[in-house]
Structures are given as C-alpha cells and as structure tokens.
Design a binder for this molecule. Structure first.
Ligand code: NAD
Length: 512
C-alpha cells in the first residue's frame, strides 16, 4: 500500500490536503478497539444512542457553511448540491430516527396460528457488532453518515472506509465524530483505496454495508462469502423515465433536465434513459434541448452544473457519447469541456444497441427515444441489467400505477424525479445489478440488526401433543387436523372437528 491519499479540488486542480492511508496494522488495531467499544455500546440505552446522533445533527447545523465548503472543494459540486443532497437528507434521516427508532427497534408482537394457540411470539432486534461501511465519492458525506448513524442507533459500532477520491470529506467525518464527543471508537475512519477496503473485509466485520459500483460490489460479495459475512450492496443505476403524452408537459421537461443533470449526473438515481410517447416526442426533445441550453456550468451559488468529481469518469462519458453517435444517435447539444467541467448533453433517437442505453454513464448525459403505448414503454424500461429507481409521468394515476407495478426496479416515482430516495420513511434499495440492500425507514435499522424470533409456550403440562412416544392415535389425530384445518369443508364441521382436536392436543399425553 502507498502511504497517502491526495484530495484535489476538481474546480481548480489545487491540492486540498494529503491524508495518510490506514496501514494493515491500523486496520487490525481498529477492529480490536471496535470490539471493545461494542462491548459497552451494545448495552447502552436507545436514549443515549439518540443523544449521540443528535450531537452529530447539531454539529452539521452549527458548522453548515464550513462543511459545505469542504464537500465542494473535495467533489467540485455546486454549493446547493452539497446543501440539498448531502446535508439535507442526512438531517432528515436523523430527525426521522430520533422520533421513530424506539418504535422500530422495540420487540414486535407476532400472531400465532391455531397450532400455536397457547403461545406468545415476538421478534426482537439485537445489534450485529462491527459494521464495515465502504462508501463512494458522489455524496461522500451522506452516503457515509446515513448508514453509519443507522448502524449506531441499532447498537453497532462502525469502521468506515470513505472513498479515496474524496479523502477530505473522510477526514471531515472523523473530525465530526471527535467533535460530537461520542464514546471512543464508535465510528473509526480508515482512509484508503481498494486495498484498504479489501483489508477491512479480511478483518471479518459482522456486516458490510457497501455503496458503489457493480464491479466492486461483486468483488466484495465474493470476499464476504468466504466468511459468510452478510452484505448490503447499494450499486449503480441506469434509471428510466417514461413520459406519456397526457403528462404535464412543461413539468416533465423541467424534471428530465433536473433528473439527468443534477449533481452533474453523478447520482446513482440520475435519469439516464428517457422514453417519450411518440405523439409528443419531437416537441418534447426540442423543449428539453432548449431548457438544457439555459443551464449554467460552473461553481458557486449561481451555477447549476458543477465539475466532474472523478476525472477518469470523463472517459466513460465521452465513450458513451461517441458510441451513440457512431450508431446513429443525434447529438442535440454542443460538447464543451473546460478542465473537469463538461457541458450537459442531450442525445436523440438512441436505441438499446448503444452503450449509453446499457451501461451507467454517471455524468451529464441524457438519452431520449420514442415509444408506442404502455407495453412497449414497460418493455423498454425493463430491458436493462439495472433496477434502481424509475420515474413515470402521466396525469392518469391509474395508468402510472399500473406501469410502475410492472417495472423491475426497487423504487418508483410518479410525476417527479430523484427526491423519493430522500423520504426517510421509505426503504431504499435496488434489484438486479443495482444491488441487494435496504436502508432508510424501519428497514434501515432492521438491516443493521439481528432479527430474532422468540416464542413462549405458556403450557405447564408435562408433554406437548407432538412429544414422544409416537402412536397410531397421534398419527390419526394429526391427519384429522390436516383434513379439517386445510380443506374446504363447512364451518360447522370445521368447528366440531377442531374442538375435538384442540382438546386432545391440550390433554397431550392422553392422545397416545
Ligand atoms: P467504486 O465501486 O469504485 O468504489 C466505492 C468504494 O469501494 C470506494 O470506497 C472504494 O475505495 C471501495 N473499493 C473499491 N474496490 C474495493 C475492493 N476490492 N474491496 C473493498 N472496497 C473497494 O464506486 P465509486 O466510483 O466510488 O462510486 C460510484 C458508483 O456508486 C456508481 O456506480 C453509483 O451508481 C454507485 N452509487 C450507488 C448508490 C446507491 O445507493 N445505490 C449511491 C451512490 C452511488
């Protein structure tokens, strides 16, 4: 492993800072410290845990401008994007869990079927232990803090490996944790790249929560499988938007431009494929192009489109555009590049042979094609290896609901884009190559818990009906139970038979 990570400002190329990578010995030591911290934290009250999380919330609010400056310097995004998409959803989820964690984590009563008539049953949620969180660069604060906070609330401790592309924010998170005066070693930040991530998995945490690319997700799952470590994988997307002719036209145009280009298209849920009903197709594309041409590329408070955070991503972006054009797509906006700033691109008349409709572009590119009718729209949207989010546009809500019901994705938004992922009460996670994970909402705390089923038999009799010895009498009784309980006979017959059987079961030993 080399020793340092360098944070470079994508806006001006200046070095923000140099941060040491965690060594193998430091990772091993962190695991030992995490184990000790877990010993205390696991038995802490939920009130104490919430109090810690609240201190993080206060720091985010008190140091808001300073935090935004650092996120911007590390990622090159525009300030509003850091405020609205990194800080705001983090605060939203903290507030939600402050209010709801108790109810989500308390034992949940479960029903008992006839066979368990004298039982009490419930599910309880217990901490897993050490959770390794490995995060990406596109929302380096939110995508590290939200899973970390969720894991802590569920009673776990965290080893966090932020992205090597944004080590300034990794360092910022460590500072926030120290400033929040949380008990020692609840969140330990281990800076580094893929090799550090690999070492972290080798250290055998009790769970891995990963957000990043499909390629890395598969590697992590394979490594985790060696020790059967449970994983949550939040992976990439190639999200479709379907616009029916009866949609609110202007709103859908604005949403296409926003959904495709917000955060310079570096959202896992960016709108990358747009399917527009044939009758409005040309008019729609023209309106999207006109709106796109008004976007301001730059930095600061009055620009819409910031820099590309990871310069290597520009290669993917350019490859997708040139492949599409070579295969017959029409380039509707001008390609302009200055340093890491890249102009937003609209492609018309694309098809599914093109890379831009198959692979995640993760940049300011939107590809649009027409469709005829509901079924074709569904088929086109589903013709993808990914299944993260979708956006469906129609003024006929029944039609929109019918369509989303047929889409193979983890999340759907009707008549809006992107921000459904910020609703703290809704679970978030993809299907297909977009991953296997759930967080946010009640699922977001249960994902970080051992879900344990508890059954209490309240009987004081010496024997249960199923205990030994076996006999033909017991055989016949169970057979009668099956015939009566699971077949379609009259209610009167059912009741009569059941009363007899239940008495026999209660008597237990008399059955034999
Ligand atoms: P990436 O997969 O390159 O890296 C993500 C993290 O994994 C980094 O911290 C990296 O150092 C680490 N890593 C890389 N190789 C590793 C290995 N072999 N073992 C352990 N850790 C390893 O992804 P990225 O480029 O940082 O992020 C962009 C991707 O993340 C896009 O595909 C985007 O769609 C996806 N993403 C998904 C979501 C979601 O919620 N589904 C959210 C944001 C981003």
């Amino acid at each position: 492993m080399s020793d340092n990570l360098i944070s470079t400002n994508p806006i001006n190329g200046k070095v923000n800072g140099v941060y040491p990578k965690a060594t193998i010995n430091e990772i091993k030591a962190a695991k030992i410290k995490a184990k000790q911290a877990f010993g205390l934290w696991r038995s802490s009250s939920l009130e104490d845990r919430i109090e810690c999380i609240r201190r993080i919330k206060e720091l985010l609010i008190n140091d808001l401008e300073e935090i935004i400056q650092r996120v911007v310097a590390d990622t090159g995004k525009v300030n509003l994007e850091a405020l609205m998409s990194d800080i705001l959803p983090t605060l939203e989820i903290i507030k939600y869990y402050e209010k709801n964690a108790k109810k989500i984590l308390e034992p949940q009563k479960r029903k008992n079927s006839l066979l368990f008539f004298n039982h009490q049953s419930y599910v309880e949620y217990k901490p897993l232990g050490i959770v390794a969180i490995i995060s990406p660069w596109n929302f380096p604060l939110q995508l590290s803090l939200v899973p970390a906070i969720s894991a802590l609330l569920a009673g776990n401790v965290v080893l966090l490996k932020p992205s090597e592309i944004t080590p300034l924010v990794g360092n910022l998170i460590q500072e926030i944790v120290i400033k929040a005066k949380m008990p020692a070693n609840l969140i330990q930040v281990l800076q580094g790249g893929a090799d550090t991530g690999e070492q972290l998995i080798k250290a055998e945490p009790d769970k891995i929560f990963f957000t990043g690319s499909v390629v890395t997700g598969k590697k992590i799952m394979a490594k985790a499988a060696e020790n059967l470590i449970p994983v949550e994988l939040e992976l990439g997307g190639k999200d479709p938007m379907i616009v029916f002719a009866d949609a609110n036209f202007n709103r859908a145009v604005e949403a296409t431009v926003y959904g495709a280009f917000a955060n310079t298209g570096q959202y896992c849920v960016s709108i990358e494929r747009v399917y527009v009903e044939e009758s409005i197709y040309n008019e729609f594309v023209s309106a999207v192009v006109a709106r796109t041409n008004k976007l301001k590329v730059g930095s600061g408070l009055n620009s819409d489109i910031g820099a590309i955070t990871y310069p290597k991503q520009l290669e993917v972006i350019k490859r997708h555009i040139s492949d599409a054009v070579a295969k017959g797509a029409e380039l509707m906006t001008e390609i302009k590049q200055q340093g890491n700033f890249f102009s937003p691109i609209v492609l018309k008349d694309v098809n599914h042979e093109m890379l831009v409709m198959q692979e995640e572009t993760f940049g300011p590119v939107v590809a649009i094609m027409p469709f005829k009718g509901e079924i074709e729209a569904i088929n086109l949207a589903n013709d993808s290896d990914y299944g993260l989010n979708s956006s469906v546009w129609s003024n006929d809500l029944n039609k929109a609901k019918r369509v989303v019901n047929k889409l193979k994705v983890g999340n759907n938004y009707i008549n809006d884009v992107l921000k459904n992922i910020g609703n703290p009460d809704l679970p978030f996670g993809g299907v297909k190559n977009s991953g296997i994970a759930k967080y946010h909402g009640p699922e977001g705390l249960h994902s970080f818990s051992i879900e344990t089923a508890v059954s209490i038999n309240k009987s004081r009799r010496e024997k249960e009906f199923n205990f030994f010895p076996y006999s033909s009498k017991l055989y016949n009784l169970i057979k009668e139970f099956i015939l009566i309980n699971y077949s379609d006979i009259s209610l009167a017959k059912k009741l009569k038979g059941m009363i007899k059987i239940i008495f026999a079961m209660i008597r237990g030993e008399d059955v034999r």
